[in-house]
Design a protein around this ligand. Structure first.
Ligand code: TXA
Ligand code: MG
Length: 344
């Protein structure tokens, strides 16, 4: 067992030094916390997979400070990437490029000839990358399969004893992971939806496609990570898809003597608070708010003595698509709609 230290801003140089020595340091980003290690250090990267319990065929995102760093590793940095980088970086967009052979240890890319890159929008983490002087891998810093971490405490809960430290940058702003865009296909293709939507990408680069898996869950996803069980608390999660369904769903669950946890907007929480065991309000009724607090809410309700979590669904358009993508995985596609429970 390692001792996992919590680093504040003034201790950042210690964290950077540990990264250089091959240790694992979790870092804050604007999306979720990442589990950092030197992307050029094969042993350190292997330890990242071990600490998370992550399947080895699921490649990692490489976090860098500048576009120039990326150009060293990729075989081609297309003009549309320049445009996207100007517009969205640092920020919640990951771009996939063909890489020069032998640039990263095979464990980083899962043996693929492509790699995913991102410049995160977090001052502390950009400084950590700068001081470490190397690109950092950064999968979400949670135990594989569990909700992603949006605070240093979440990271500590999952990985305490397995990593050298966590750089604490407070709660993350966006709450769900970056949009993953594959630039190696003829038409740039979204492999994972995020806060940056297809519409926003189209404004900058024209044509954008969406991976078939995002349209039909039964299709094989192109991002290896999308096929795995994800974001699931131990407690069962059901999506309440219509505002008119709460009443009936709560009634049926109570009939079955189930203790309920609610993840919903403030109005819904206020309406039903007195009838149920635990609540987590994400505030005003927007998908942006719901996304920001989804993982924190699922983690908190999972700690309470509840048998089932009811989580609020949103119509799948714009960035709500990204929220629903995470929530459906967390729920294992279980939905309460039109007055009945069913699995999609
Ligand atoms: O917001 C984020 O992207 C966070 C923060 C920490 O930066 N990171 C993150 O990493 O979500 P991770 O490892 O949890 O998710 C990476 C996703 C996985 O679905 C993986 O399969 C996909 O990106 N991916 C990585 N490299 C790829 C590649 N070369 N081709 C296709 N998919 C790739
Ligand atoms: Mg993840």
């Amino acid at each position: 067992m390692k001792t996992t230290q919590l680093f504040l801003e003034q201790e950042l140089p210690i964290a950077a030094k540990l990264v250089k020595q091959g240790e694992l340091i979790a870092f804050p980003t604007e999306t979720v916390y990442g589990l950092g290690a030197n992307a050029l250090d094969e042993i350190a990267v292997k330890e990242v997979y071990e600490a998370k319990g992550r399947p080895s065929d699921n490649p990692l995102i490489i976090h860098v400070e500048t576009v120039e760093q990326i150009k060293k590793y990729v075989s081609n940095f297309p003009f549309i990437a320049e445009k996207l980088a100007k517009h969205f970086w640092p920020g919640p967009l990951t771009m996939i490029f063909n890489i020069k052979p032998g640039t990263f240890p095979e464990v980083v890319t899962g043996g693929l000839t492509t790699a995913a890159f991102r410049i995160p929008n977090n001052r502390l983490t950009l400084e950590l990358i700068h001081q470490a002087g190397v690109p950092l891998v950064g999968p979400s810093a949670n135990t594989s399969g569990k909700p992603s971490p949006t605070t240093a405490e979440h990271v500590y809960h999952d990985l305490q004893g397995k990593i050298a430290g966590v750089l604490d940058g407070g709660a993350t702003q966006i709450g769900i992971e970056s949009t993953v865009l594959d630039l190696t296909t003829e038409v740039p293709t979204i492999l994972r939806p995020g806060l940056i939507t297809k519409q926003e990408l189209k404004v900058i680069i024209g044509k954008v496609a969406v991976d078939q898996h995002l349209l039909n869950e039964k299709e094989q996803p192109k991002a290896p990570g999308m096929k795995y069980k994800h974001y699931s608390p131990d407690t069962a999660v059901w999506i309440i898809s219509m505002p008119t369904d709460w009443e009936k769903a709560i009634h049926l669950a109570k009939e079955r003597r189930l203790k309920i946890g609610l993840f919903a907007d403030e109005k819904i929480v206020d309406t039903y608070r007195s009838q149920i065991t635990a609540t987590f309000s994400f505030g005003e009724d927007t998908a942006i708010n719901a996304a920001k607090y989804l993982f924190a809410g699922l983690r908190e309700l999972d700690q309470m003595a509840v048998d089932v979590i009811f989580a609020q669904g949103f119509a799948e358009r714009s960035m709500a698509l990204a929220y629903m993508n995470r929530l459906k995985k967390a729920a294992g596609q279980k939905v309460f709609s039109n007055q009945t429970f069913y699995s999609e």
